[in-house]
Ligand binder design. Structure first.
Ligand code: U2F
Length: 567
């Protein structure tokens, strides 16, 4: 059936229920943004009116909020604990609801069993009959619960699962056998999913799908009001917990010379938090009051933690400049406690790399906080800079709906039959002619080796641009440097000798191996390598010994997840 957009959030709010602070937080957010969602859905629907949008049966199982996973988040909602995940889940639910899908929400293992039709109790009980859903959105906790309770049938049905995963999971960590053999095993990874089934909060590595969340949008009147009410010397510090302010006294003293400093630090009655007395602390604010505060403020200051949260986008959307620390050296799972054990090797170059890389000056200024002169000069510069509120399209409701709708209608991990070289092909090399049935990509685009029609693919193959990486450079960076983005869905199409020919690489030998760096060519010598395992295609992989074949594509301005011909 055809999906019809919904403007009313009533049914969704009913389904979420109440009784926990986390659920109340999400309900308040859904209610507050209801008008924004409805308007966005209407606009998207008009734009896509020529397309049939199929209604899907969708289960959302929010693992981290179940009692069975310990639910450490709910009790801290009003006490300065993390809210980013709840912001994102509220937005995912809102988006699925307004897009008109047939939605079920599960917040306990019992709900999960009920919806899946498996008998209650522990033990891995197989699912009788087909999976009653087209799509299941869950998180790592939920995945574990599904494994425990539907056991073996998980393998059969896992192509329907999407895992909401804030910081991302890279292919080398996701492939169980490979991770175990090569030291990439963590507490989280090794589920052998297609990595695009992991959906992240920011567009980290394109190996994952970027899900995101939204920020509140301003109407014309609100923009005018902001212009009028901005207080040029007002700063708000990013940090709901006093611990996030530790060691920043010197910075605050400098800032206080120029600006009035506000905070939203949680504290218990009669016990003010340990922060300097010149800070005007409002206590933890409800989300809409924080927005009001940000509308008056000129500056929003990050102190290094939390990493990659939603608040900086909200500040920038309300016309603040975001000042944040640069990390020297970058932080990662190799050198930082917070990231240790996360299934990725991404280098986090500042508190909020997305704002640094995708937004930048004048909205975002990233400096070395150990350098007091630089900090002071930057503050003076900020006082003399005027900025407009800024929100990238991908973080508006329409942008999120457009992206999610594209994933729902086009991403299919159940029937993938990419062209894959047979192991014979390596034996035939060199000297056999290019396979006429696969494409011959080169750096300017895709040239067809024969007049066969393009294999079906999403994103469409017309977007493919093949680039050879320098050594010690990932495909994430290589594509970025070419003004493009790495597209893992295209790897199967460039994992062939035609791709080497297209790049004028003269291979003297060709081997096929399970290795997350392949396809690649040796940095020294002329040995070429193809990939043997679909799950190991990786945009993120880096090797000093290889130059990698990178499948890049274009993207829409403000919507990096989608190519220009993707809609
Ligand atoms: C991130 O989680 P956080 O919840 O710490 O991220 P923040 O950016 O601080 O804020 C999340 C929301 O909290 C709201 C604010 C944001 O939407 O509007 N808020 C509020 O309602 N009242 C206030 O006084 C202050 C903020 C990230 F999202 C998680 O994925 C990570 O686990 C975590 C740790 O890195 O950081």
């Amino acid at each position: 059936t055809h999906a019809i957009v919904r403007a009313d959030m009533g049914r969704l709010l009913e389904q979420i229920g109440s009784g926990k602070e986390s659920l109340s937080f999400m309900r308040r957010r859904i209610r507050r943004l209801a008008v924004q969602w409805a308007a966005a859905a209407r606009r998207l629907d008009e734009r896509l009116s020529s397309q049939q949008r199929q209604q899907k049966k969708v289960l959302v199982h929010v693992g981290f909020l179940t009692e069975e996973s310990g639910d450490v988040f709910s009790p801290k909602v009003l006490k300065g604990g993390p809210l980013g995940e709840m912001v994102q889940w509220a937005d995912i639910l809102s988006a699925l609801h307004v897009l008109g899908h047939d939605l079920k929400i599960s917040l306990s293992v019992k709900d999960l069993q009920g919806f899946l039709g498996v008998p209650p109790g522990r033990g891995s009980c197989p699912l009788r009959g087909p999976l009653p859903f087209d799509l299941i959105y869950t998180d790592y906790h939920g995945l574990q619960q599904m494994k425990q309770h539907i056991g073996l049938s998980l393998k059969k049905h896992k192509c329907h699962i999407r895992v909401i995963d804030s910081f991302g999971t890279e292919p080398a960590y996701n492939h169980e056998e490979y991770a175990t053999l090569h030291g990439y095993r963590t507490n989280w990874g090794y589920w052998n999913l297609n990595c695009r089934q992991y959906m992240t909060m920011f567009p980290h590595t394109p190996d994952n799908s970027f899900m995101g969340f939204v920020a509140e949008e301003l109407n014309h009147t609100e923009r005018l009001n902001i212009q009028r009410e901005k207080v040029n010397n007002m700063a708000v510090i990013y940090g709901k917990e006093a611990s996030m302010w530790k060691g920043k006294d010197k910075f605050l003293t400098i800032l206080h010379r120029y600006m009035a400093i506000h905070g939203t630090v949680y504290y218990e009655a009669q016990r003010p938090p340990e922060i300097p007395a010149f800070v005007r602390n409002h206590g933890l604010l409800p989300q809409h009051e924080l927005q009001q505060l940000l509308r008056r403020a000129k500056l929003f200051v990050g102190f290094g933690f939390p990493y990659e949260g939603p608040a900086p986008l909200e500040a920038i959307a309300n016309g603040c400049i975001f000042l944040q620390p640069k990390f020297h050296p970058p932080r990662s799972s190799f050198n930082n406690e917070f990231f240790r054990g996360k299934p990725m090797s991404r280098e986090v170059s500042s508190q909020h790399p997305y704002t640094e890389q995708y937004i930048g000056r004048p909205h975002v200024i990233t400096v070395d906080y150990n350098n007091s002169e630089e900090v002071e000069a930057t503050i003076k510069e900020i006082l003399n800079t005027k900025v407009e509120p800024f929100l990238a399209y991908e973080y508006t409701s329409e942008g999120m709906l457009e992206r999610l709708n594209s994933y729902i209608q086009h991403q299919d991990f159940c029937h993938i039959s990419p062209p894959f070289p047979s192991s014979n092909e390596s034996k035939l090399w060199p000297g056999n002619p290019p396979n006429p049935f696969i494409l011959l990509p080169n750096s300017t685009g895709v040239v067809w080796a024969s007049n066969v029609s393009a294999p079906a693919s999403w994103p469409p193959l017309s977007a493919l641009r093949l680039v050879l990486s320098p050594k010690a450079t990932s495909c994430v960076k290589t594509c970025q440097d070419a003004g493009l983005i790495c597209e893992p869905a295209f790897f199967p199409f460039i994992n062939n000798m035609e791709a080497f020919i297209g790049l004028d690489v003269q291979c003297e030998a060709l081997e096929m191996e399970m290795n997350h760096l392949f396809p690649a060519v040796a940095a020294k010598g002329r040995e070429c390598f193809l990939q043997k395992e679909v799950l190991l295609f990786s945009c993120a992989g880096i090797s000093t010994k290889h130059r990698r074949l990178c499948p890049c594509r274009d993207f829409m301005q403000g919507q990096v997840a989608l190519c220009k011909d993707c809609l």
